[in-house]
Design a protein around this ligand. Sequence first.
Ligand code: GUN
Length: 283
Amino acid sequence: MTAQRIEGKAISDAIRIEIGEETAKLAAQGIVPGLAVVLVGEDPASKVYVGSKEKACQQLGFYSEVHRLEASTTQEELLALIDRLNRQETIHGILVQLPLPKHIDEKSVIDAISAAKDVDGFHPVSVGNLVIGDDSLLPCTPAGVIELIKRTGIEIAGKHAVVIGRSNIVGKPVSMLLLREHATVTICHSRTANMADIAKTADILVVAIGKAKAIGSAFVKPGAVVIDVGINRLEDGKLAGDVDYDDVLDVAGYVTPVPGGVGPMTITMLMQNTLKAAKQLHA
Ligand code: GUN
């Protein structure tokens, strides 16, 4: 059996059309969703991500501001900008691109963002709401994973989902979202014993460890849904996921490619969160 490829780009494009339609309806009421993105320093990958976010805003008719600050920006200066954006009425979503330069405390910066504008879903209030199950702004990549699974027509309720990775940005929140969707969830990490044995019991396997091609067919139950969150740059310049795509292809039932799987969903979910924040702030 060859696994079915989950086409993240196509699913993401379909959601963007829906967001565009809703944005047009809001515009008729005089509301334009506004996103502020803050980039501190010159990290090359961050520059690319920020450019993609700006482009998505233009494509969907959002208002956008990108604040490109010098690497030497002080924490006080950054906090002052966030305070201004928190109070700015044309801005409904604020995203501070991570990582930040070493002299800035990431937690203080995330905590300073108004929870109502926390389109990254990283603020402690957003994380708390995620755990409790309240309708709030969900972290973008985890929300994208759930959306990919659902829009492929795969039932999550009652399934055994195994998440490999326990980061605050992906592993922990995606585990909570799978639980909210009524999966039975197991979280594996670097200290897990017999990881392949556990992974092999998964109906849905989500991998987010940041190691190229680390997860092969020995970790996959026949017919399983394999979602690869990793994006790693190989020595030859090509991109690879955390899953060895070619190796799992004959075992899995569904698998996401890299690139073109989870990646395109992240910015789309950011746009969805900004639209949602705009609606809630004007409700
Ligand atoms: N850096 C890499 N991914 C992300 C993300 O999802 N949000 C922010 N703010 N920074 C990132």
